[in-house]
Design a protein around this ligand. Structure first.
Ligand SMILES: Nc1ncnc2c1ncn2[C@@H]1O[C@H](COP(=O)(O)OP(=O)(O)OP(=O)(O)O)[C@@H](O)[C@H]1O
Ligand SMILES: [Mg+2]
Length: 246
């Protein structure tokens, strides 16, 4: 396989070019010179030891890092230079085109709104759907994750759910909208084996969408990954097809 910075074949949906991240001028890079080409409809898993820069890399590519972060390099989404977009254009890209399922037990759900409303918003992503149709779609989606008593769940507020449940709602939301790319940061963390399988199944069914998934779970990585990127001490030390890697 050619070096990830040189790969040009296929129809890439997302390209990271020489991404470097430092916190504060003169800080040591926590992500250094990382290149990644993601082709349409492919699944890439990022593995690597704790603190190697996986989450920072994911956050950097959507410009979600705090202002102390100094990010260099380029992110190209379907020919669009992401770092040159205005805040408004970025907001339109996030969620609608590039969905992000953050690390942590669903803390990024809005505590003020019931689950059904939040999932509905992520599904509609700018399209106006009749309320009844949207509700039916939200229920169908949540049912596909076997969350249990979905009719009740849509009316519940995030703080009334367990961490594992919130995490799965977030995964469902990341999978829901018309996004072409899904970024998921440790989506199976803290889930029991049966729940991990549900996440696996829903990721396997993501037809036509591209997935970049950070995980510590090697068997999960092996199940869903087509490409494997290995981070070590801020650098990507290996990128290979899953076939070669495993
Ligand atoms: N906001 C921040 N300010 C300063 N340093 C940060 C910030 N966020 C992350 N870092 C540092 O960047 C490095 C990479 O962190 P990152 O969260 O990307 O690790 P990770 O590979 O996701 O680890 P884990 O597997 O534990 O989630 C760490 O040394 C971390 O301390
Ligand atoms: Mg992380």
């Amino acid at each position: 396989m050619p070096h990830p910075c040189q790969r040009r074949e296929g129809s890439q949906v997302l390209e990271l070019k020489r991404i470097t991240v430092r916190f504060g001028a003169g800080g040591v890079p926590v992500v250094e010179d990382v290149c990644l080409t993601v082709e349409e409809g492919t699944k890439t898993v990022i593995i690597g030891e704790t603190g190697s820069g996986k989450s920072v890399l994911i956050l950097a590519l959507l410009k979600l890092l705090p202002s102390t972060a100094i990010v260099t390099g380029e992110v190209i989404y379907r020919g669009i230079d992401v770092f040159s977009l205005s805040e408004r254009e970025l907001a339109a890209l996030r969620g609608a085109k590039i969905a992000y399922v953050p690390q942590g037990s669903g803390n990024s759900l809005n505590p003020l709104h019931p689950i059904g409303k939040q999932v509905g918003e992520s599904m509609a992503a700018g399209n106006l759907l009749p309320a009844k149709e949207l509700r039916a779609r939200v229920l169908a989606l949540l049912k596909s994750f076997h969350l249990g008593d979905e009719e009740r769940l849509v009316k519940q507020y995030p703080h009334t759910l367990s961490g594992g449940m919130r995490q799965r709602v977030l995964v469902a939301m990341g999978v829901a909208p018309g996004a072409a790319v899904i970024l998921a940061d440790e989506p199976t963390k803290g889930l029991d084996a049966a729940r991990v399988r549900l996440v696996e199944d829903s990721f396997m069914r993501l037809e036509g969408k591209s997935l970049i998934c950070v995980t510590h779970d090697i068997s999960f990585a092996r199940k869903i990954g087509e490409y494997v990127s290995v981070m070590y001490a801020a650098q990507q030390v290996e990128i290979a097809s899953a076939e070669v890697f495993f």
